[in-house]
Every structure is written in C-alpha cells, then in structure tokens.
Design a protein around this ligand. Structure first.
Ligand SMILES: [Zn+2]
Length: 624
C-alpha cells in the first residue's frame, strides 16, 4: 500500500500559527534538537520531548521529506562539572556512562537513530570563533568578572520568540547573568564565555583569546547547529522550557554572527505533569524511564503513553494512564495476532492437503506431516508462503529419506502453485466466467506462471504474454486479456477491507500532516481495527486481505513505532539449554543413563529435542 503524500503543517512558536514545512534548499529538512544534559538519567518529561521529536521526524519521512537532524549532548555546563568535581573524576569519565544510558533509553523507546549526535566539548573552537566575531562587532563585551557577555540591547529583535516586551521588562535589569538558566523576570545580558573559576570549574577549562575559561550553555547549541546544519536551518525543536532564555539566546547569537535568519520553524512540546503537579524529586513524583521499566512496563507502552497526547497539550502522567496505554497496545496486539492466525490457518489447510499427496507412503508419514506443520507454525516470518522459509523446514525433517530432494522440490512446486491459485483464481474467474472450459484454462495459466522466474505474478509484464497464449483461440482475445490485466491492476482495491484501509490511511495522514494531530489519527486506526475485527468475526477476511492489513499496519508503524508487528519470539529457558548441553556431553561419553535423565528433564518441561543436520535444538511441544 502506498502512503498518501501531503505537506506537513507545524505550529511555529515564533509566528504563533501553523505553517507549511518547505525546506530552504528545496530538498532536505535540516532539523536541530536540543539534547540532554548528561549529568543524570533522563526523566520521562525529557522523553516526552524526544518522542515528540521522533514523531515529527518519522512523519516528515513518511510524507516524503528527506531529513538531516542533529541532537547535541550537553556534556559541559554547571551540573556536569559539579558532578565530576563531587566524584573527583574527569568530566569525560563522569558524563560517559550517562551518554551511554541515554542511547540505551532511546533504543528502549524505539526512537529512531538520527544522523548526528554532536558532543559540546568537541565544538569549543567553533564556539570561540562565534564569540570572537561578536566581540569584534561590539555585540559582546568583557564583564567585571572577566567573562564575556552578550549585550541584548544590540540585538533589536531580542524577545521575538518568547514574545517578550523588552521595554517593559528591561527597566532596571542592566546587570548580566552568569547562570545558564534564569526566569523571564530576570531578562538581561547573558554569558557567552565563563572566566575560569577553580572552585566552580575544577579541571574543566579551555584557552581562548578572552582568557582561560569555558563556554556558556547557549553558545554551544548555536555553534553545533550552524557548523553541522548550516547558518539557516528549517526546524529547531525542544521543550517549552527551552524557549526562554535558551532558544531566544540561540537566535541572538546566531543571527548577530551570520547576518542570516537562523531558524524558519520553532516547534516546542508542552510540559509533562505527574498527577497534575510539576515533577520534582522533593514531591516524590519524579520518574526516569528506567523507573517505569523496573516496574514492569515496556518501552513500547511508555512510548505509546508519551505519544498519544498532542505535543502542544500538557500531558498528565498517571499510572492509570500508563495502564490504559498498555491496554490499547494489547488490543492492537490481539488484532495483529488474529490476522497472522487467519493467514496461517488457511495456509495450513492447504499445505496439509499438499503434504498428504506429495509425501511418500511410509509409517513415518503422519509424523512428518505434523512436524512440518508444527515447525511452520513456529515461524515468525510473515511470508510463510515464501519457499525460502518452507524449504529448510522440509529439508530438516525429511533429510533421512533417500529421495528427500525430489520430494522437497515437488512440495515446493505445489506450494508455489497454490499461492498463485490463491491470488489469480478470483481475478481470472471473472474474466472467464462465461467460458465452459475455464477450469482447464485456469490450470494452464497456473502451470505457465509456475515457469516464470519472476515472483511478482501480479506484474502485467509477466501476465500479459501468458494470457495472450492461453486465450489465443478466443475471438475476443484482446478484450479478455485487457480485462484480466485491468482486474489484476485493480484487484487490490476491491472489497470492504481495502476500502477501510484506504479511508484509514487518508485520515491518518491528513491528521498527522495537520500539526501532528495524533488523537484523530489514532482514533482512525482503532476504528479500522473494530471494523476489520467484525469482518473477521463473519469470516469475510481472505488471506490476501489479512496480508494487506498487516502491510498497512507496518506502514503506519513507520510513524508510530509501537506496534508489535511480529509475534513474540520464543525464548528457551537457560536451564533447559544447560540440560541439553549436558545430555550431548553424556552421549559422547556413552553415559546413556545421564543422557536419558537430561532428556526426561527437558521433556517434562514441555520441550522436545530435535536432531537436525546442523546439530540438536530444542523446541516447544509434546511427544507425538
Ligand atoms: Zn540547545
């Protein structure tokens, strides 16, 4: 199923309206993301922002934009340095484990890996170059404490992002601030370069034309964004708490430096509250992602919980809310399992018939049949019609039979034919409905299709010559061939399932394209689940439609990143693997009694030992 193309509109904090995203260079959306300060494990409020940014990135890609994104890691600022000094270790030794933990957490939440993860400490030279130019222009000056400060009076549009009225606020605020974070009431000149203070900075300092010291927090992002993405970028994202002063200061620094507009679109996600209160350690309502995982929630559930509230609405976190997210995902999970089940059930009936005919008569025939069917049922791959999946199973089970090669290839041929019948017969029966010998003609077509190396039999280039040949004796051959090809072409667009999927995709895409309006997009998804479930209840969903729906869900999940598309992998308990190893050793030493004990231990726990050409393995099941 192809996704609809739509242009994305996103709310721009600066202009206070939704605006279409149109890359400056006409090709690639360049996006900058303020990343974590790596002095601790990130909390769920931080991850709300990162999940929003991931949704934005995935939506852009889904809609056909190409994206180049950078997220910085703030490894030098007041908190990281304090941590390193307190533990008497280097800054790098202190921040490294938190950087690693951060990447683990991103993976837990299925946040897509982006192109660039710059670390602030590696861009100090770029920061110094910007500060130097601001000094040369007279926009930056040396303060009484020898630090370098930005004179906000020299940047007339200061405050335009946070919509501050500087003339009202600025009365009396002529001093400058050294701290990186401060409130709007304290709007004032901010620090670019902090002059070295041994007590505050420990071993952390760089040489610069303005003396020994270290960069302020705000200059870090300006330097990394401009260095890696260019002086004018398309989208800058972050949490609302970054708007002032951080992003305001980024604009002032970057634009005074380059003379160009720094950012086209500013997008910010709202706060996360816990039980309607600001999350804080002192209130005991502070949660890292790791806290939630420890309580037994999966990354998917947390991601879904963070994702399902629109990014510009405050999200109130509660454990009931998290449980509800879990329940929603379970509904989707059941639905997906049901679709897999429909495919498998129907295919198993077909394969069973083929095996009945193709397997040679022997006392083991019944056992072979059930083992083949059993093994295929364990396959988590979606396309179990693929001979690449069936073939190794057949070889493994039949390898002792002297004629196994011939038998395997016979079954595979029949199996492939069956797939073609499944796909082609409903189409061709319509075109041939008035022909008395249509069964024979259909068989001929299936036979010819079998000889096609090209697997994509629904491709008109493959089918056209075959149809021409088979229908050559008909006076209205041309019309019939064209009719059949047209039928093949539109085949996917038939039936209620396809109509439901198409409508759902439309709603999903149009809502996301409208400022990531996630609630109606998800509602459309759950409506679809309800409607197709009731078709399943009535037995009206074919193998092909089940596959189509699974493809649809995989497509949707490119954006959501939460669906359990594959059934859970089975994990064999470690004690059984140990027992299997012990048994093999005992057998090699001809200690049959111990070998039998190990086998009994394994079987008593519901597993079977299977001999294969590549060795033994365990699988779930009872002795047949
Ligand atoms: Zn930043």
């Amino acid at each position: 199923m192809t996704a609809l193309r739509a242009r994305l509109k996103i709310y721009n904090t600066e202009t206070r309206q939704k605006e279409e995203v149109a890359p400056i260079d006409g090709r690639t959306v360049r996006m900058y993301t303020c990343g974590p300060t790596v002095y601790n494990f990130a909390h769920i409020g931080n991850f709300r922002t990162y999940v929003f940014e991931d949704l934005l990135r995935r939506t852009l890609k889904f809609l056909g934009y190409s994206v180049r994104q950078a997220m910085n890691l703030t490894d030098v600022e007041d908190k990281t340095i304090q941590g390193a000094i307190a533990q008497k270790i280097s800054l790098d030794a202190y921040t490294r484990p938190f950087k690693e933990a951060f990447f683990e957490d991103l993976q837990t939440l299925n946040i897509e890996k982006i192109e660039l993860y710059p670390e602030a400490t590696e861009y100090v030279a770029e920061m110094i170059a910007i500060i130097q130019r601001l000094m040369d222009q007279g926009i930056a000056y040396k303060g009484k404490d020898k630090g370098i400060y930005y004179s906000i009076n020299r940047f007339p549009s200061y405050g335009r992002l946070s919509h501050l009225h500087l003339d009202e606020l600025k009365a009396g605020a002529s001093e400058c601030v050294t701290t990186d974070e401060y409130e709007k009431e304290n709007v004032s000149d901010f620090v670019l370069w902090k002059s070295y203070d041994p007590e505050r900075d420990g071993q952390v300092w760089w040489e610069s034309p303005f003396g020994k010291g270290r960069p302020g927090w705000h200059i870090e992002c300006s330097a990394m964004a401009m260095k890696l993405l260019g002086e004018s970028i398309d989208i800058h994202v972050g949490g609302v708490d970054n708007i002032f002063p951080h992003h305001e200061n980024e604009i002032a620094q970057s634009e005074a430096y380059s003379g160009k507009r720094f950012v086209q679109h500013w997008a910010h996600s709202e706060h996360l509250l816990v039980d309607h209160k600001k999350m804080s350690k002192s209130l005991g309502n502070f949660y890292t992602l790791r806290d939630l995982i420890q309580r037994g929630y999966t990354g998917r559930v947390v991601r879904y919980m963070l994702l399902q509230t629109h990014y510009r609405t405050q999200l109130n976190f509660t454990f009931q809310g998290l449980d509800a997210a879990q329940a929603s995902l379970e509904r989707l999970s059941c639905f997906i399992a049901r679709l897999h089940g429909i495919r498998k059930e129907k295919l198993h009936l077909v394969l069973d018939l083929i095996l009945e005919k193709a397997l040679p008569e022997s006392p083991e025939k019944k056992q072979w049949r059930s083992r083949i069917l059993f093994d295929l049922k364990q396959e988590n791959e979606r396309d179990i019609l693929d001979p690449l999946i069936l073939e190794p199973i057949l070889k493994r089970i039949l390898f002792q039979h002297p004629e196994h090669k011939g038998i395997v290839s016979k079954i595979l041929t029949e199996w492939q034919d069956e797939k073609h019948r499944e796909l082609l017969i409903p189409i061709l029966e319509k075109v041939l409905r008035d022909v008395p010998e249509r069964t024979r003609l259909l068989q001929k077509i299936i036979h010819d299709v079998r000889n096609e190396k090209d697997r994509d039999i629904l491709n008109p280039d493959v089918m056209k010559p075959i149809l021409h040949k088979v229908l050559s004796s008909f006076p209205d051959k041309k019309e019939r061939v064209e009719g059949a090809l047209k039928e093949i072409h539109t085949q996917e667009k038939k039936g209620p399932v396809f109509a439901i999927l198409q409508q759902t995709m439309e709603k999903f895409v149009l809502n996301l394209a409208d400022d990531l309006n996630i609630s109606p997009a998800l509602a459309a998804l759950f409506d679809m689940v309800r409607e197709i479930n009731s078709l399943c209840d009535m037995g009206k969903v074919s193998i092909h439609e089940a596959e189509e729906t699974l493809d649809f869900l995989a497509k949707i999940d490119e954006v959501l990143g939460v669906l359990p598309l594959k059934p859970e992998e089975e994990v064999v308990p470690a004690e059984l693997l140990d027992a299997l190893q012990k048994r093999e050793l005992a057998r090699s030493e001809k200690n049959w009694q111990l070998a039998d004990e190990c086998r009994n231990f394994i079987q008593a726990r519901g597993y079977l030992i299977e001999d294969t050409p590549t060795g033994v393995r365990l699988k779930k099941g009872k002795i047949l």
